[in-house]
Design a protein around this ligand. Structure first.
Ligand code: GUN
Ligand code: FE
Length: 458
């Protein structure tokens, strides 16, 4: 049945356009598409044009609000099996010690099924309605991930990872094997007959893919108009390795292989040079900002405003298990932390230390919670080139949404907050509920998760 949600609603229309409806509505049709959304007054005129008996009306409580589902632009599904391990190592050591041996185990499809079922359930529980997943080098196990996402109702891009060099023998494919398996993967994917999950071309990174593999994958992506994901400029040691191999900039390596398209999402982008930013922007490619992982693996502080100001689309990624949390709500907090730390680095003057003299010309405003919510929802959908489908509550998009209940544990002292907030305007009260959820809440406050209008919370 078609549905109307009535109550408090928030979503974003741009980085600096956060829209709230204190007594709003979202109407969705039987296919889960949004047919209208707006304020109380807009509801009064809209419902005159409708036969209201055709709709189930769901009233939110004063402690609840609806927001768009979270978008995780970068997560390694197999690595969820090792989350929290080896995070005292830098990237390349962590890959060799933990990650490659674990990923090699996904040759076992039964193991893959068990892990992937848990991964999709957990990310859904954390409110991720759209994820861009890396699988492993194994085509059939990665298809199992696609089937799990489809069965559990999560929107996803899912990539068979490709790596043919600078990776241990037990996990290496040849260039021919990798290309052949990718082509077969795309063809097998068609039998799923769905738009909810789609394949994404996934060269692991320039270190582990030779020139022929990169350009072979670029050709496949362009031939089938597919999404593309990879890593870029994450750690200094990795970047030096890429320069040694290719003798050109990291972004140029990908561009030469036709891997920078409007449907490309590049994870990390911590240390990009100005001309790389210009190149990525000119190609319309995007960045997945992974603040948890950039900190855990000591990769660096990514200045996302430097990217956004050059017109690059930016979303958030958990980058599990370089990142230690499956939750995009956590990524919101970590992105704000990193942004504040960057402000300190740019402005803080340590007494007696000449090197830290702040430049009076530094104009830097850290990311605020409304902008961070944009990155976690619409920004992510734009970064994955799926903003025509999801990311906010604009008419014609699919209803991918979270019902947040701020009265639920663990929003400590929520009852006492309500005893002194009564004089505030309805709009301020709603913005404070949003802050309570973002800053103090967790997945237990996400009481319902919808993808394409279907309640999927598990
Ligand atoms: N670069 C290449 N592979 C990986 C990976 O699995 N995780 C992270 N964070 N960076 C990578
Ligand atoms: Fe990654």
């Amino acid at each position: 049945m078609a549905k109307i949600f009535r109550g408090q609603i928030v979503h974003t229309r741009a980085l600096n356009e956060f829209e709230v409806f204190t007594n709003g509505f979202v109407a969705i049709d039987t296919n889960g598409k949004i047919i209208s959304c707006g304020s109380d007054t807009e509801y009064e005129s809209w419902n005159k044009t409708q036969n209201i008996n055709d709709f189930e009306i769901i009233y939110l409580t004063p402690d609840q609000f609806l927001m768009p589902g979270f978008v995780d632009c970068h997560i390694h599904a197999p690595q969820c099996a090792q989350i929290g391990l080896g995070l005292d190592m830098p990237l390349l050591e962590w890959l060799n010690t933990y990650t490659f041996p674990l990923e090699a185990k996904f040759a076992d499809q039964e193991f893959a099924r068990k892990v992937y079922n848990q991964v999709v359930k957990t990310t859904l529980r954390c409110g991720t309605t759209l994820a861009s997943y890396f699988g492993t080098n194994h085509k059939d196990s990665t298809l199992i991930l696609a089937k799990e996402a489809l069965q559990l109702g999560q929107r996803a891009l899912i990539g068979k990872v490709c790596s043919d060099c600078n990776i241990p023998d037990f996990y290496r494919e040849t260039c021919e094997e990798s290309i052949k398996a990718t082509e077969a993967y795309i063809s097998d994917f068609k039998s799923l007959k769905t738009k909810l999950v789609q394949p994404i071309i996934t060269p692991r990174f320039a270190v582990s893919c030779d020139k022929d593999l990169l350009s072979g994958l670029g050709n496949i992506a362009n031939k089938h108009d597919l999404h593309i994901q990879t890593h870029i400029s994450e750690s200094i040691a990795e970047i030096e390795f890429v320069h040694e191999i290719f003798s050109k900039s990291y972004a140029q390596v990908y561009d030469d292989a036709k891997l920078l398209t409007k449907k490309t999402v590049l994870a990390h982008a911590v240390h990009l040079e100005d001309d790389e930013i210009k190149l990525i922007s000119s190609r319309g490619s995007s960045v997945a900002h992974c603040p948890a992982s950039n900190t855990m693996l000591s990769s660096g502080l990514c200045d996302i405003f430097r990217l956004l100001n050059q017109g690059i689309k930016v979303g958030l990624g958990t980058d599990v298990s370089g990142g230690n949390s499956m939750s995009i709500q956590d990524a919101i907090l970590r992105a704000m932390d990193v942004s504040h730390h960057l402000e300190f680095v740019k402005k803080q003057h340590i007494k007696g230390c000449e090197n830290t003299k702040p430049s009076s010309s530094v104009e830097y405003k850290p990311l605020d919670y409304k902008q961070a919510i944009y990155l976690a929802t619409l920004g992510g959908a734009q970064a994955l080139a799926l903003d025509h489908v999801t990311g906010n509550f604009v008419t014609g998009k699919e209803f991918d949404a979270l019902l947040i209940d701020t009265s639920k544990y663990p929003l400590h002292n929520f009852d006492s907050y309500k005893t002194w907030n009564q004089d505030k305007s309805e709009e301020i009260k709603l913005l404070e509920l949003v802050q309570k959820f973002i800053y103090v809440g967790d997945e237990r406050n996400i009481v319902k998760v919808f993808v394409a209008g279907v309640q999927v919370k598990v």
